[in-house]
Design a protein around this ligand. Structure first.
Ligand SMILES: Cc1cc2nc3c(=O)[nH]c(=O)nc-3n(C[C@H](O)[C@H](O)[C@H](O)COP(=O)(O)OP(=O)(O)OC[C@H]3O[C@@H](n4cnc5c(N)ncnc54)[C@H](O)[C@@H]3O)c2cc1C
Length: 425
């Protein structure tokens, strides 16, 4: 056996398909009764499987230093991933925001859903490429050599081993963080899993705001180096959510895990210049002195958010503009540009879209996905301590890292110019 792949998710299947096509003898071990359980759930079962961002832009979407991930994104750009799927007979469409989705050709597959189709095509391609797939095969132990021991006692041996056991979110799909346990005996450094792409729980009582959505806000977090995120914002009972919150949530998850205080601020009018806003308010104070603060705020935010804002900055919403002092106007504008939420919790791993934590990146050569300290050992996908914003980037990394492992093992990483999908070298 040339390569054993542990985990039949996105990364493991991509690795197995490519390995088989490159002529490797591959065994894929999946602990549940079916490969790709999580793939079938992705993107609301429609599978946002990559994004059209160029590599340099895409690298900024990940939580690690962009230089670390850039080589693999350059080698496996969006176009390469599209080509890989097109060889599986999967065409694609692109949304205005660059998210890429599969197009379902047949009626039967339409019934099952695009995400299930992607899973089924990957499994079929692996089998067609000669990959042996064993389901209900939970790996319990790995030993250099590489010897792989199943829970049931069965053993396998191969020159190379790819750990693609996923993270620890949505455990019902099979991703229960096993990778971290498997490498523990090897002394490989890992970080505990934590929720990323998850809703955040603020200390403030926001229950009266449940159900309100603001279409475009800018969210900031008090973690150095994290870019502000623009997107929608949702009050969801005791949690705040929406794309802008989700995309910074992993940084909150890590900071909370480390016992640090997390503060998120929301700019409800990110497209307005602060000075212009101030001039607008001062003009209105002259022209419409009897206008209530609440009514004015409703130009920018929902009614209940306006009331919440007034309470936070200590200016009664029923006050008329004429009675407002300059300092009060300043406080209201500051509130509108930066409502503060003290974050005390995050949705549990079971409900997070992805997890941070896992095998530390310093243990891995990110150009080949090989373990730095063990020859023949590789990692792919969410088992690694890396996560990205939503938009197809997490699956992109799973495919790209899985393909990288197969090519490294087959020794064709640097000969990629001659590699055509669907043909053996
Ligand atoms: C609801 C939801 C929606 C999502 N939507 C998107 C989206 O639209 N776009 C996007 O980019 N990302 C999305 N993601 C994230 C994306 O699905 C993951 O990042 C990706 O699936 C990770 O791939 P992986 O192969 O590393 O892990 P997984 O897909 O989790 O696969 C790991 C596999 O390993 C198996 N395994 C684990 N332990 C063992 C063991 N001991 N022995 C044998 N097998 C084992 C598991 O059973 C599982 O099949 C979504 C995630 C969720 C939960």
């Amino acid at each position: 056996m040339d390569l054993i792949v542990v985990g039949g998710g996105a990364a493991g299947l991509a690795c197995a398909v490519e390995g088989g096509r490159l002529g490797l003898k591959v065994l894929l071990l999946e602990k549940t009764d079916r490969c790709g359980n999580k793939i079938a759930l992705t993107g609301g079962r429609k599978c946002n499987f990559t994004h059209t961002d160029l590599p340099r832009e895409m690298a900024k979407r990940f939580d690690c230093a962009p230089e670390l991930i850039l080589p693999i994104l350059r080698r496996f750009s969006y176009q390469t991933i599209i080509n890989f799927f097109s060889c599986l007979g999967i065409n694609h469409r692109v949304d205005d925001d660059g998210c890429v989705w599969p197009v379902v050709p047949g009626r039967e597959e339409r019934k099952a859903g695009p995400a299930s189709m992607v899973r089924d095509r990957l499994v079929a391609a692996a089998l067609a490429a000669g990959v042996e797939i064993r389901t209900r095969a939970k790996v319990k132990r790995i030993e250099p050599g590489w010897r792989v021991v199943l829970e049931k006692g069965e053993e396998f041996q191969a020159d190379n081993l790819c750990l693609a056991t996923g993270g620890a979110s949505y455990p019902q799909t099979g991703s229960t963080g096993d990778g971290v346990l498997l490498v523990r005996t090897l002394g490989i450094k890992t970080t505990p899993f934590f929720p990323a792409l998850a809703a955040l729980r603020p200390e403030e009582d926001i229950r009266s705001l449940a159900g309100i959505t603001q279409q475009l806000v800018e969210v900031r977090i008090n973690v150095t180096g994290v870019r502000p995120q623009r997107g929608n914002f949702i009050f969801a009972h005791e949690y705040i959510s929406g794309s802008a919150v989700m995309n910074i949530s992993g940084f909150a998850g890590r900071a909370l895990q480390e016992g640090k205080g997390v503060v998120v601020t929301v700019d409800w009018v990110p497209e307005k210049d602060k000075e212009n806003l101030r001039l607008e308010w001062l003009r209105l104070q002259q022209e419409r002195p009897l206008l209530q603060v609440n009514t004015l705020l409703r130009r920018y935010v929902a009614r209940r958010v306006a009331e919440f804002l007034c309470e936070q900055v200590g200016v009664p919403g029923v006050h008329r503009l004429t009675v407002l002092s300059k300092a009060e106007i300043e406080r209201l504008i500051d509130g509108l540009r930066g409502t503060r939420f003290d974050i005390v919790g995050i949705e549990p791993l079971a409900r997070a879209t992805v997890s941070g934590g896992g095998v530390c990146l310093e243990e891995v050569d990110m150009t080949t996905m090989a373990a730095r300290r063990f020859s023949g050992l590789f990692f792919a996908g969410e088992v690694l301590d890396i996560w990205a914003e939503s938009g197809g980037y997490n699956l992109h990394f799973a495919w790209a890292s899985g393909l990288t492992v197969a090519r490294t093992v087959a020794g064709v990483l640097e000969k990629r110019k001659g590699l055509t999908y669907g043909k053996k070298m």
